[in-house]
Design a protein around this ligand. Structure first.
Ligand code: ATP
Ligand code: MG
Length: 450
């Protein structure tokens, strides 16, 4: 039971538009409840992300009550109600048949029975229904009990529920990461990791990304590893267990230390994957020659399988490829400009963030990481705001002008000359003027041709 005194606080957090939708459904003689993430988050005192309402009104009846609606998946009973600037999803109570293909139920039917609707939901904390007007909490699976214990527990028999829809295995760890809850042992024992291969790359991608950007990704990632889901999805990780399990701990610690943005978290998780296959012991030292290149290739395969966009892949792969950049104070301005040219001005700040997390994730001093990178950060910032030269495209002369000036035919020689000019200009960006560059070429021609 929910204590009576809690209601005012819960009601305060519900937008007027959502109340309005509930009210109008109930005035029409229908049942209407908040379901899914909203009651869960309201009861644990955290603002819900979206507002889902369940009702025994059929989709056509819902559409008749409200002026502005969009049929989202009418077959599945979902109608979006537009009210003010809010969009509230109203779904008719459903019950589902078996999932004989492990993807979707064989049949879905509408039902006037709220408890049947709650029974098909994945975890007990997600199977609560809340009516803030009648001040009623419907909780047939003891979701409130689990919320208080911060526990993710399957509704019904875990193995059967995971078999129906293997994506739920990932959601089990996803909620542990986003909510910081524990997973119930009996629920974890229902996991059959190999079944995850039935699920499409896109759906796996979305759940894994939510897990990674959660508040406690370490919890979720360790669970994925323990259950075998990690290697079922990314066999590339098998080499980690075979050669150096402490590498996994480092990857997890780096994820935990980096800001919760999707690209950063993915880059952190995969950045040292190449170490597992490049590991070499020389005397009493361990080396990982070229691990950032091997890591980039492994990550490329993973991200492609999971159907990430090209832009997302490019960003993550660039971060992995250059994560070993030298961040020492003695790095010259010219070298810094070339680094920015290689990774792109849009990625350089992210690369610094990856380095900071990498140091923290190695057990390095947070202070040292902040200190040494703060200076680097200031220099990069100054570079980015000032006019400067990052790549050959930024030069004040182009290939055609070089060919005309030196009387060269098109060919690799032109590229070599441009490279030479580029290095000369990055020594001092003030040199990036056409007259100065041509003056330099004049001397250059004297040395190379005459
Ligand atoms: P979030 O705050 O991340 O949106 P959520 O709990 O709302 O969390 P959704 O994926 O939006 O998660 O799903 C909404 C609700 O639908 C869940 O709370 C759960 O009750 C139910 N649900 C979603 N996916 C499944 C599934 N694969 N199996 C069973 N129930 C599910
Ligand atoms: Mg949701």
């Amino acid at each position: 039971m929910l204590r009576w005194g809690k209601w005012p606080n819960i009601c305060r957090q519900i937008p007027a538009e959502v109340f309005n939708v509930l009210q109008r459904l109930q005035s029409g003689g229908y049942q209407a409840y908040l379901v899914g993430g909203a009651p869960r988050d309201l009861l644990r005192g955290s603002p819900p992300q979206d507002w889902d309402i369940a009702t025994d009104a059929w989709p056509a009846e819902v559409k008749a009550i409200f002026d502005r609606t969009i049929a989202l998946g009418e077959k599945f009973g979902t109608v979006a109600v537009l009210i003010g600037d809010q969009q509230v999803e109203v779904t008719t109570f459903r019950r589902e048949g078996e999932y004989s293909d492990g993807r979707r139920p064989d049949w879905v039917e509408f039902t006037p029975d709220l408890v049947a609707d709650l029974a098909r939901r994945d975890f007990t904390i997600n199977a609560l229904a809340l009516d803030p007007i009648g001040r009623r909490l419907v909780d047939p699976y003891r979701g409130l009990w689990a919320l208080k214990r911060r526990l993710v527990k399957a509704v019904g028999d875990p193995a059967a529920r995971f078999q129906e829809d293997p994506l739920r295995m990932l959601r089990f760890y996803r909620f542990q990461s986003t909510l910081g809850f524990r997973g119930e042992t009996a629920t974890e024992q229902g996991i059959e990791a190999e079944a995850i291969t039935k699920i499409s790359g896109e759906r796996i991608r979305d759940e894994l990304t939510k897990l990674l950007v959660g508040a406690e990704p370490a919890r979720g990632l360790k669970g994925l590893a323990r259950s075998g889901l990690l290697t079922a999805i990314m066999p590339e990780f098998k080499a980690v267990w075979a050669t150096d399990p402490s590498l996994f701990a480092h990857l997890v610690a780096t994820v935990q230390a980096i800001k919760p943005a999707a690209e950063l978290r993915w880059a952190a998780f995969l950045h040292d994957l190449g170490k597992a296959t490049t590991r070499q012991v020389e005397g009493n030292r361990v080396r990982y020659y070229g691990h950032e290149k091997v890591g980039q290739e492994l990550a490329a395969g993973i991200l492609e399988r999971l159907r990430f966009s090209n832009a997302f892949q490019d960003k993550v792969l660039t971060l992995i490829r250059w994560h070993m950049f030298p961040a020492a104070p003695w790095l010259t301005d010219a070298a810094l400009r070339r680094l920015v040219g290689k990774v792109g001005p849009e990625n350089i700040i992210a690369l610094l963030e990856l380095r900071r997390a990498d140091i923290v994730g190695t057990g390095g001093s947070v202070c040292y990481a902040q200190e040494s990178l703060a200076q680097f950060h200031r220099r990069v910032q100054a570079l980015l705001t000032g006019e400067t030269v990052f790549t050959r495209k930024d030069l004040a002369v182009n290939g055609r002008e070089v060919m005309a000036f030196l009387g060269l035919p098109p060919g690799p020689k032109v590229g070599a000359v441009l490279n030479d000019i580029f290095h000369w200009v990055t020594e001092d960006p003030a040199r990036n003027r056409k007259d100065l560059i041509l003056g330099y070429l004049q001397k250059w021609r004297a040395e190379h041709f005459d």
